[in-house]
Ligand binder design. Structure first.
Ligand code: E4P
Length: 217
């Protein structure tokens, strides 16, 4: 399973990239706003730090303008992935861009039927938002399972990029179901490294090692 981080905070991206475990980055207009930085500049900087797919989202609502925005974004770097919304115009744009060799991430997916349409449009990634479904009293991880079943039924190569993750249990559920990718905020990814028994065990080993009076180096 690939790990993407969902942020436009370059310091957080650099820290996670240094672990060697980061496969890509997703951003959206809200994250760009939060960063307080210029969209094009921050995407260029992220692309220089992370060689994997970096999602940059179009903001137009009509196909023609989406295509123009995508052309500008594609010039930033080869690893820019164009993020389009799951609308008729978004999927028209997805089909045109993927036929032209671009990576496309279809975002704001909340149903398995929408995911089916995105795969037919040639999406590289489909982004089902599981946290937002949970927030609204629906079952986000069930959506990931439904999409997995449908994509496997028909051999679609579109990768399931589970998005809007809120906590480590979401990551675990997505891994068990077989999501291809998860994208999560830095804090959720960092939480995966932690376990109270790891901390406790490490403290005990350190204490006993000190008592031996030895050193390795
Ligand atoms: C994915 O690409 C989105 O940017 C993101 O996961 C949305 O998450 P949110 O529901 O926490 O805003």
């Amino acid at each position: 399973m690939k790990f993407f981080v969902d942020t436009a905070d370059i310091a957080e991206i650099r820290e996670l990239a240094a672990t060697g475990l980061l496969d890509g980055v997703t951003t959206n207009p809200s994250l760009i706003h939060k960063s307080g930085r210029k969209f094009m500049e921050v995407i260029a900087e992220i692309c220089s730090v992370v060689p994997g797919p970096v999602s940059a989202e179009v903001v137009a609502l009509d196909h023609e303008t989406m295509m123009k925005e995508a052309a500008v974004l594609r010039k930033i770097a080869d690893n820019v992935t164009i993020k389009v919304p799951l609308t008729i115009d978004g999927l028209k744009t997805c089909k045109a861009l993927s036929e032209d060799g671009a990576m496309v991430n279809v975002t704001l997916c909340f149903s398995a039927n929408q995911a089916l349409l995105a795969a037919k449009a040639g999406a590289t990634f489909i982004s089902p938002f599981i946290g937002r479904l949970d927030d609204n009293g629906m079952d986000g991880t069930q959506l990931i399972a439904d999409i997995r079943l449908i994509y496997d039924n028909y051999g679609f190569e579109t990768e399931i990029l589970a998005a809007s993750l809120r906590h480590s249990m979401h990551v675990l559920e997505c891994a068990k179901i077989g999501a291809d990718v998860i994208t999560a905020p830095p804090a959720v990814i960092k939480s995966l490294f932690n376990h109270v028994l790891t901390d406790k065990g490490l403290a005990a080993f350190a204490k006993d090692w000190e008592a031996t009076g030895q050193s390795i180096l």
